[in-house]
Design a protein around this ligand. Structure first.
Ligand code: CA
Length: 301
């Protein structure tokens, strides 16, 4: 099994960053990830203002995928996520949705015990997910804390075991990296962080030649989730709606107007996160309607 060790981290997705490893499609790979706080929170008096932000949001990689070319979709099949036994959550003034309300910084360490996360005497079911996953963008450089077309810090709950993430390859070799695993998170990630844990993520990578989506797509057993990340949630929701209509047009060969009405009948719009530099909206379509992504990804428009 090929393993990308947790020391191999990047803080930006960019074309010029040298890959740490080359892997063949279909080859299983393990990414050892560090928590999004860079392992800096080890006690409840490690508050947010003491963090070195240059060490926040490390992503493990990048990995070059042999044969990946611009215009392909990189399929990342998430086989398993093994969690560390302790995570942390932080909040503070000026951060998160209620950054104007919270008066003092707060840090909590969270024990991960079996299938539960312990918080304030409660047992929350673990639901592991990858917060940051992406490839090198077409141009420029994106900090790992920022999401856009290349993926990045999308903080989508659906990016967990059993799901496949389709990313648009924009550079030869794709240059995949990931990190920021959460043991559990609610849509919105309202306080600015979730149960931030180190993890071991096992994936299988595949290429769909010519199948690049415009924005990252997640496929689960039941759903297609279209993820759009833009500076405001309003812009992101508008574009996610366009993506849902486009997906319906492609999958069902419908004209725009029919697909627009069908989107209103069948697409569930929502929020993945409201707290990162770009906000992430999602449009969720049932596979009973559109089928698997790979059946229609190459179709026009
Ligand atoms: Ca995140």
């Amino acid at each position: 099994m090929r393993t990308v060790p947790k020391g191999q981290t990047i803080y930006a997705f960019a074309p010029e960053i040298s890959p740490v490893m080359s892997v063949e499609p279909q080859e299983p790979v393990i990414f050892e990830t560090i928590d999004a706080l860079g392992g800096q929170v080890q006690a409840e008096d490690d508050a947010v203002e003491s963090l070195d932000f240059s060490r926040v949001n490390p992503a493990t990689g990048p990995v070059r995928i042999v044969g990946a070319e611009p215009g392909d979709a990189l399929a990342v099949e998430i086989r398993s996520i093994e969690l560390a036994d302790r995570g942390a959550i932080i909040a503070g003034p000026g951060m998160g949705v209620l950054g104007d309300v919270i008066e003092r910084p707060v840090t909590r360490l969270l024990e991960v015990v079996g299938d539960t996360v312990q918080f304030a005497g409660l047992e929350l079911p673990v639901a592991p997910m990858i917060g940051v996953i992406g490839v090198a963008p077409e141009e420029g450089s994106f900090p790992t804390g920022t999401a856009h077309r290349h993926g990045g810090n999308m903080d989508a709950r659906e990016i967990g075991p059993g799901a496949t993430v389709y990313l648009p390859v924009a550079q030869p070799g794709a240059l995949l990296a990931m990190g920021d695993v959460h043991a559990v998170m609610g849509d919105g990630e309202v306080c600015v962080s979730a149960c931030e844990v180190s993890a071991s993520v096992r994936v299988v990578l595949r290429l769909v030649k010519g199948g690049a989506p415009r924005w990252p797509v997640v496929e689960t057993a039941e759903e297609i989730i279209l993820l759009v990340s833009l500076p405001t949630i309003d812009e992101a929701l508008h574009e996610a709606t366009s993506e849902a209509v486009r997906a319906l047009q492609k999958a069902l060969s419908l004209p725009f107007e029919e697909a627009y009405l069908l989107a209103s009948l069948s697409a569930n719009l929502g929020v993945s996160q409201l707290v990162d530099p770009n906000k992430t909206a999602k449009a969720v379509l049932p596979k009973t309607l559109v089928g698997p992504f790979e059946r229609w990804c190459g179709a026009s428009p």
